[in-house]
Design a protein around this ligand. Structure first.
Ligand SMILES: Nc1ncnc2c1ncn2[C@@H]1O[C@H](COP(=O)(O)OP(=O)(O)OP(=O)(O)O)[C@@H](O)[C@H]1O
Length: 263
């Protein structure tokens, strides 16, 4: 069996006349964390959406866990199987959480789709998962609007890891959070990876964040990969002007964070 959990080869996506992604190839090994980095409009989100099947490639191929992903209609059993392989967490979990669904039920619904558990077992597992992302039992009874942006992002992560996927794609998953909350979520993700051996594809425009979470990075500009390598090397010694410019935006010691708008 292939050691790669993701093999993307020659990926391309056209929207009408516009080419959003052009000849993008990379692999991800089990337990690794790969960053896809680039400025706004570089094609990162389109790559993420193709990986999880939300967008069909115009060209190229994607294999997840050694199985080629083909477009077209898929059975619900196949959809469930794919969900066990790869999950995604978006920038703003609020829009992907049902506003009327209590937090405990969000996680339980995810479990119910994938595991034959009794209601009591499911409840227990949901509480364990919430605890694993730093939420308490009392949060289970709350609605999304009663939580902070950082707490909502924890719920989205709990819902995704409930499925025990091989790969988690995080699309600007900490971009809307305060710097201190970002750090908490990044630590949480690092813990989860260490405990479970999950692999990450971490999509971000922010090299400072990427530095903390990924082993390898690909740098995208205008839909193409312009540079790739070990994240530390890329940050220390970027070869491409574009990467150098991205790096220039990384905070240095003494830099004072400006508060971002909460999600
Ligand atoms: N559904 C769509 N229809 C038409 N054009 C699209 C669509 N989705 C993305 N694009 C275009 O494809 C290009 C890449 O967009 P994409 O969202 O992948 O970039 P990005 O690097 O993730 O940027 P951002 O961080 O701002 O989302 C952009 O020019 C965008 O306008």
């Amino acid at each position: 069996m292939s050691d790669f959990v993701i093999e993307a080869a020659g990926l391309r996506k056209e929207f009408g006349q516009a080419v959003a992604v052009d000849n993008v190839s990379f692999t991800l090994s089990r337990g690794q964390s790969l960053a896809v980095v680039g400025e706004s409009g570089s094609g990162k989100t389109t790559v993420a959406r193709m990986l999880v099947g939300l967008e069909a490639p115009s060209g190229g191929s994607i294999s997840v866990c050694g199985r080629p992903r083909r477009g077209g209609r898929v059975s619900s059993a196949e959809r469930r199987r794919r969900a066990r392989e790869i999950q995604i967490v978006f920038q703003d979990p609020y829009s992907s959480l049902d506003k009327l669904q209590r937090i405990g039920d969000v996680v339980e619904t995810s479990l119910a789709l994938h595991f034959p558990l009794t209601p009591a077992e499911r409840r227990r597992r949901a509480l364990e998962l919430l605890e694993a992302v730093g939420l308490a039992e009392r949060h289970a009874a709350m609605l999304p609007r009663q939580l902070s942006g950082g707490q909502r992002q924890r719920v989205a992560i709990a819902r995704a890891i409930a499925v025990e996927p091989e790969v988690l794609v995080l699309d600007e998953a900490v971009a809307a959070l305060d710097v201190s909350i970002q750090a908490q979520i990044l630590n949480l993700l690092a813990d989860i990876r260490e405990r479970s051996g999950i692999s990450y594809v971490f999509i971000s425009h922010d090299l400072a964040v990427v530095h903390q979470i990924s082993d390898f990075a690909v740098v995208m500009s205008g839909g193409r990969i312009v540079e790739r390598g070990d994240t530390r090397d890329l940050l220390r010694d970027p070869q491409e002007e574009y990467t150098q410019a991205l790096r220039a935006a990384v905070p240095r010691p003494g830099w004072k964070p400006t508060r971002r708008q909460p999600a």
